[in-house]
Design a protein around this ligand. Structure first.
Ligand code: ATP
Ligand code: MG
Length: 567
């Protein structure tokens, strides 16, 4: 374990177990995704925890697909999950397993429960079973089939397996306690009939085990020591233990629960994410706005940023909503160091330097990174026509606006000081061009004048600039907790994607697809994996330089406080 890793309650339990020799001092964990969707940032927390604690203690981690629901699951999802776990930086070695690998053993375990009188075949309909189950305030009722003989149960269960009955005709249930205050203990279903071929076992089975039954026993079969799951399984733990107690396998796993990761302004539920994909709100599971690992990879988040984020949020039993900014700050911290700087203008405004000789260009030198001299420098062409950012000019600028205004001066980064002499507008009054003059004595680094001005802005040379598609991403939702609403679609952010044609410095014409840049004063950008070609890049904005939402939220809160004071 790294020194700065605080010990959370799970790591404390594990240290304690190692010290006391429980599980022979071994640490074996598993990450058990259902292959019915792509992994999201919440799964990253679970992956970092499961693989992390094993790695820290020379243990092992299984990647086990919980594939007990044929029809909803697919190999495409399974492959995507493998790729994402690997991308996040974890390796399961030869421990890639499936709940379906244990279908034979699970079936045998079910027969053993029947033989012990601990399981019975119930022929009530699904609706009747629900009715008989009672509620949180009302105890359940025994099914008339609860006292079937072991022989009858065994015979019926074998015939269920042999395919003699249609879906829903019978189920196998554990015989525990219909009066238990814990609903999970009211004779839970162990097996149901489903005449659906399975993506791995084909037609071999027409009965499939339920998650609770399959999960704990699969843990036991694999020798898992610490089965780490999210808090919603806390009430399932007595059942988890009950199965282990009855079957009494050589290895006894223990389940521990921690709180889910909930990230503000997004959703971390595969079902809700699937809906965004199905309704074509996003371009796919790997849309760069999605909180999926595939989306974040395509957006350009470094996997180390996600690992660092998971380290910082820690592992507790307390439910909470984590600020998106916490994740973005991890991304920014890594990219600030890693990303070479470039110049790009995303909302161009043409500037003509009237006193610069027509047809002339010169080369100016620009540092690739302000704090990493080893990254060297590059040349920027400069000429009579340049682009600056529209919002770096303001006609009626407030006093503290240190960029360009009529009659005002600003420094062009790595170039000259310019003065705005004339503002050209179209018929509607929109500013379309600025006529400026440059001061030849103020060339960066070499100029004879040491004149200083307050503001420095970025620019590109119009005659050399590349017009390139740039995609600006923002939050998918407009409210911090969209999942709290009945219909998350109500809160979609209509501006979560804005596509602009930006003007880029010419060195960005030929870039590797996995390269990453800071466009000065704008943010971090990288070519899109899928839509970029070597001669026609498309850039994604990975992150802005600062958290613009923090400002918006702060303003909203201040506004609110002010109106409260006024009342
Ligand atoms: P979803 O609700 O998104 O469908 P799930 O729990 O059904 O998620 P699984 O594929 O079963 O998805 O999850 C695999 C593992 O990831 C489980 O152990 C689960 O507890 C964990 N997990 C899922 N979501 C989160 C989350 N938001 N935070 C932490 N762990 C999570
Ligand atoms: Mg689940």
């Amino acid at each position: 374990m790294s020194d700065n890793q605080p010990k959370d309650f799970i790591r404390q339990i594990i240290s304690h177990d190692i010290a006391s020799g429980k599980h022979g001092g071994n640490v074996v964990t598993r990450f058990p995704p259902e292959p019915n969707g792509y992994l999201h940032v919440g799964h990253a927390k679970s992956i970092c925890l499961n693989f992390g604690v094993a790695r820290e203690n020379n243990g092992k981690t299984f990647l086990r697909f919980d594939d007990t629901n044929p029809g909803k699951e697919s190999e495409e999802f399974a492959k995507a999950i493998e790729r994402d776990v690997r991308w996040l930086g974890f390796d399961w070695g030869d421990r890639l397993t499936h709940a379906s690998d244990y279908f034979d053993q699970l079936y045998e375990s079910a027969e053993r429960l029947i033989a012990m009188g601990k399981a019975y075949v119930d022929s009530l309909s699904a609706e009747e079973i629900r009715e008989y189950r009672g509620t949180l305030t009302k105890p359940g009722k025994d099914s008339p089939d609860r006292n079937r003989s072991v022989e009858d149960n065994m015979d019926l269960f074998r015939r269920m397996r042999a395919g003699e009955f249609e879906d829903g005709k019978h189920v196998l249930r554990a015989k525990i306690d219909m009066h238990s205050p814990n609903m999970n203990m009211r004779d839970p279903t162990l097996y149901r009939i489903r005449h659906i071929p399975h993506q791995r076992t084909g037609d071999k089975w027409c009965i499939y085990p339920m998650y609770d039954f399959a999960h704990g026993l699969s843990d036991a079969f694999e020798g898992v020591t610490h089965s780490l799951c999210t808090l919603e399984f806390e009430d399932h733990r007595p059942l988890y233990d009950w199965f282990i107690d009855q079957i009494n396998p050589p290895h006894r796993p223990n389940q521990y629960e921690f709180s889910r990761l909930n990230l503000a302004y997004t959703v971390t539920s595969k079902r809700k994410l699937a809906k965004l994909v199905e309704d074509e709100i996003v371009s796919g599971w790997d849309d760069p706005r999605m909180p999926t690992l595939a989306g974040m990879r395509r957006r350009g988040y470094p996997p180390a940023a996600l690992r660092e984020f998971c380290r910082r949020i820690g592992v507790t039993k307390k439910e909470n909503l984590i600020e998106m900014a916490a994740l973005e700050n991890c991304v920014r911290e890594i990219l600030d160091h890693a990303a070479p700087r470039r110049m790009a203008v995303i909302r161009p405004l043409k500037v003509i330097l009237a006193n610069y000789t027509e047809g002339q260009t010169e080369k100016l030198s620009a540092l690739n990174h302000p704090n990493r001299p080893e990254l060297g420098s590059r040349e920027l062409p400069f000429g009579r026509e340049i682009y600056i950012e529209q919002n770096d000019f303001m006609e009626d600028a407030p006093r503290k606006f240190f960029r360009l205004r009529p009659g005002g001066e600003v420094r062009l980064r790595y170039a000259y000081i310019i003065r705005c002499d004339e503002v050209i507008k179209d018929k509607s009054g929109k500013v379309v061009e600025l006529h400026c003059s440059y001061d030849p004595d103020t060339r960066s680094g070499t100029g004879s004048s040491d004149r200083k001005v307050k503001g420095t802005i970025h620019w590109v040379c119009a005659s050399h600039a590349l017009a390139v598609e740039v995609r600006l991403y923002d939050r998918l939702f407009t409210v911090p907790d969209p999942a709290a609403s009945d219909d998350v679609m109500e809160h979609l952010n209509p501006d979560s994607l804005e596509t602009v044609t930006a003007q880029l410095e010419p060195s960005l014409g030929e870039v590797e697809t996995d390269s990453l840049f800071q466009f000065e004063r704008l943010g971090y950008f990288r070519p899109d994996d899928i839509d970029s070609t070597p001669d026609k890049p498309v850039f994604n904005r990975v992150a802005t330089l600062r958290d613009s939402w923090a400002k918006i939220e702060k303003q909203a809160l201040q506004q609110q406080a002010k109106s409260l004071r006024l009342r």
